[in-house]
Design a protein around this ligand. Structure first.
Ligand SMILES: [Zn+2]
Length: 237
């Protein structure tokens, strides 16, 4: 994997600067693909698309709208100003990349509560943003399930988890789904019903949409999970 430039972004509320690396090229070789569309690639860095400001708690997208123009840092990743010359820097050639800061820290990914806050604060600008955030939230729950910080029994009763699944299903409904997208939404829809414990609805989608692909390994695996009344995502590769 080849890392690209590091860019600087400013919180729209308080102007706090954070950085975000870009990836120039990379493969996800050796990655684990899960049926909830999550890809776990240890050698591929997770690069946040949005973050929560550590100064004012504002949640903002790390994109062209918040990028500090011209502020590009390349390897090595060092952000510093010679302390003897701070005054000079501030007075004469204040670097707009830094704002009033002496150093810039990498933007952090949102945790589960942060993602919920983002949705609550309506940072999503369109269906695509909402889809992205809701998938992140689903994955945050499933990662917790995997590392044991949440129990299956707790998750089954978690209304936010179930509401998020329904919101995702709504986004994937025919009238909202972007027909130009190559992804097949039905597999994910079937999985979402299964995560919510609605095994009959999962099976109905499989029977209706995959009637001619009943032999497909993922379809078979999903049906198997339904029969076992298992609500966990499974590894696809
Ligand atoms: Zn801020």
């Amino acid at each position: 994997m080849i890392l690209g430039n590091t860019y600087v972004y400013a919180c729209p509320d308080c102007q706090l600067r954070v950085s975000k690396r870009s990836v120039r090229s990379g493969t996800r070789m050796g990655a684990t693909h899960y049926s909830d569309l999550r890809i776990d690639a240890p050698s591929y860095p997770k690069i946040p698309q949005l973050t929560k400001c550590e100064a004012c708690a504002c949640i903002f997208w790390l994109d062209e709208t918040t990028k500090v123009e011209g502020a590009i840092f390349s390897e090595p990743l060092l952000f510093y100003i010679d302390l003897d010359h701070i005054q000079e820097v501030q007075d004469e050639k204040k670097n707009p990349a830094f704002g009033d800061q002496l150093e810039i820290h990498p933007a952090k990914e949102l945790d589960r509560e942060g993602i919920k806050d983002a949705l609550f604060m309506n940072v999503q600008r369109d269906h695509e943003d909402e889809h992205y955030l809701r998938r992140l939230l689903l994955w945050a729950y499933h990662e917790q399930l995997q590392d044991g910080t949440i129990l299956r029994e707790e998750l089954n009763e978690d209304l936010d988890y179930l509401e998020n699944i329904d919101a995702l299903l709504h986004l994937l409904a025919d009238e909202n789904y972007d027909k130009d997208d190559d992804d097949d939404p039905h597999f994910f829809r079937a999985e979402l019903h299964r995560y919510a414990g609605r095994f009959d609805q999962c099976m109905n989608i499989l029977r209706f949409r995959y009637a001619l692909q009943f032999w497909h390994p993922y379809v078979r695996k999903m049906k198997q999970q339904c029969r076992k009344r298992n609500r966990d995502a499974f590894v696809m590769n």
